[in-house]
Design a protein around this ligand. Structure first.
Ligand code: G3P
Length: 219
């Protein structure tokens, strides 16, 4: 399973990248706003900064909601860097734009997916990635991981090549469950990625190794 980090924060992206396990980055307009990135020019510069840190796919989301606007923005974004993936919402216009870009060899991430039906349309249109939002489904007492598993089953049964990118991951256990569900990618906050490392027996074991070494070496 590939690991993407779900943030527009450059320090966090650098930190995750330095761990050596990062395969890409996803952003969205809320994450860009959180970093106070305003205006088209600043957004473009920021996406380039991200591409210069990570050698992997970087999802950059369009703001337009109409087909023509999505195409215009998506083409601008795709021109920025070879690793940019155009992120489009799962609406009628978004699906049409996914198809438009697929026919021209531009990679897309179809986002805000909350049902198998939406995921089916994204795959039929030729999306590179589909992003089911795990945490937001859990928030309304549905089962986000089950949706990931269902989409994976449908794609495998029918041979769709679209990669299932589990998004809205909130914690480490979501990552593990999405791994079991067969997700191709999980895009996670830095805290959830770092959480994978945590085990009290590792900390206790290391402390003991160092104490034993210090004792025998008279340190
Ligand atoms: O990738 C989508 C993600 O950023 C949404 O996460 O936590 O806002 O539901 P969240």
């Amino acid at each position: 399973m590939k690991f993407f980090i779900d943030t527009a924060n450059l320090d966090q992206i650098r930190e995750a990248n330095e761990m050596g396990v990062l395969d890409g980055v996803t952003t969205n307009p809320s994450l860009m706003a959180k970093e106070n990135i305003k205006g088209d020019e600043a957004c473009r510069r920021h996406y380039l900064d991200i591409c210069n840190i990570v050698d992997g796919d970087v999802s950059a989301e369009v703001i337009a909601t109409d087909f023509e606007g999505m195409v215009r923005e998506g083409e601008e974004l795709a021109k920025l860097h070879k690793n940019i993936v155009v992120k489009l919402p799962c609406t009628a216009a978004g699906i049409r734009a996914v198809k438009y870009f697929a026919e021209r060899g531009v990679r897309t991430n179809c986002t805000l997916v909350f049902s198998v039906g939406q995921a089916l349309l994204a795959a039929k249109a030729g999306a590179t990635y589909v992003s089911p939002f795990v945490g937001r489904l859990d928030d309304i007492s549905e089962d986000g991981v089950e949706l990931v598993a269902h989409i994976v089953r449908v794609y495998r049964t029918y041979g769709y090549k679209t990669q299932v990118l589990a998004a809205s991951i909130r914690h480490t256990n979501h990552i593990i469950k999405c791994l079991d569900a067969g997700a191709d990618v999980a895009t996670c906050p830095l805290s959830a990625i770092k959480g994978l490392l945590k085990h009290p027996l590792t900390d206790i074991g290391l402390e003991k190794f160092l104490a034993d070494h210090a004792k025998v070496n008279g340190l």
